[in-house]
Design a protein around this ligand. Structure first.
Ligand code: 173
Length: 321
């Protein structure tokens, strides 16, 4: 386990003493809930380099690492409690703190629109109350999830299949009859290799980063939901920043979020790459596809609303087309 306390104490002392030389530059400790060989993390590291190059004297980011530093499903709590200052994660990985987090997969509007229609304000209200977090920016958008299987299926019936999940897929795959087991991304390769699972949920992209194509026979189309990966900040740390530091971080985060327009093209390339690697597509007919998608959203929202009768319906109204 990494010891963070001494540096935290130093950072706190500097933040509390604005007269001290150097107090106007702050360094935030950043972790990723995704394994470091994922494309997501490469993008994060590139962004951090830019933030640091342009942020001298204002704000610096120190990338600590991925799940080897803090395990995937513990990142949320580490951020809430201030063990780290910033994280790249997805809502499904911190449903232990707040079930509402998983609703971000159900957004049907691009981030820019969610900023305008009040959805981000609402997210920030709930994230602050429940998880002591500031929701900074979404860095994956416009990306469907898919079911990948190693046994051929010809209808939307998952009876007899054992599937790797995170909370993203749990209610949906169970509603289709599947048996589910939660596994962090870093451990999926071994589960596939050993035949512990017959398939898994994952976005259309980035399975090559983890070599899962070596043990994947079929991708089921259509995709469903909208993969969400975001930057989140410990709320106390966010509030302790100066106005200039907050403005700087916001500007850089918005620039990162604006890169979301690249996902569509990347995803098309990734689908081709899967075909070249021999992953076959199982395509449902139009009527089955519609039923499959309707079911995905129906059980997705039902799960959120059941877990959060207070915020679920409001999020649904703000997130849906
Ligand atoms: O691990 C996952 O399948 C998952 O929940 C997820 C969410 C967003 C992006 C990538 C994966």
């Amino acid at each position: 386990m990494i010891r963070f306390a001494p540096r935290l104490a130093l950072a706190a002392a500097l933040a509390a003493a604005p007269g001290v030389a150097g107090a106007q530059e702050i360094t935030l400790r950043v972790v990723s809930a995704f394994p470091e060989n994922l494309y997501y993390v490469k993008r994060l590291v590139d962004w951090i380099q830019k933030v640091n190059a342009e942020g001298k004297g204002t704000l610096q980011l120190n990338f600590i690492g991925g799940p080897k530093a803090i395990p995937t499903f513990e990142v949320g709590n580490a951020l809430k409690t201030g063990v780290v200052d910033m994280a790249m994660s997805t809502g499904a990985y911190y449903t232990n703190l707040m079930p509402e987090a998983d609703a971000l997969k159900l957004t049907q509007l691009p981030a820019a629109q969610l900023r305008k229609n009040g959805a981000y304000d609402y997210i920030n209200k709930v994230w602050a109350e429940k998880a002591n977090m500031y929701y900074l920016a979404r860095v994956v958008d416009d990306t469907p999830f898919h079911l990948y299987v190693n046994k051929k299926i010809d209808k939307a019936d998952l009876n007899g299949l054992k599937l790797r999940i995170t909370p993203v897929y749990r209610d949906f795959f169970q509603a289709l009859g599947g048996t589910v087991v939660q596994i962090a991304p870093g451990e999926v390769y071994t589960a596939l290799e050993r035949g512990v699972v017959d398939g898994y949920g994952w976005p259309i992209h980035a399975l090559f980063d983890l070599n899962w194509q070596e043990h994947t026979k079929y991708r089921v189309d259509p995709g469903f939901y909208n993969a969400e990966v975001s930057l989140i900040v410990n709320l106390d740390k966010w509030k302790a920043l100066t106005q200039a530091q907050r403005a700087y971080l916001t500007k850089q985060a918005l620039a990162f979020e604006a890169q979301n327009e690249e996902w569509k093209k990347y995803n098309a390339e990734e689908a081709q790459r899967q075909a070249k690697a021999g992953i076959q597509t199982i395509r449902f007919d139009a009527a089955t596809s519609k039923q499959y998608l309707d079911k995905a959203y129906e059980v997705g929202w039902a799960g959120i609303i059941k877990a959060s009768p207070e915020h679920g319906p409001k999020m649904k109204a703000l997130f849906s087309k």
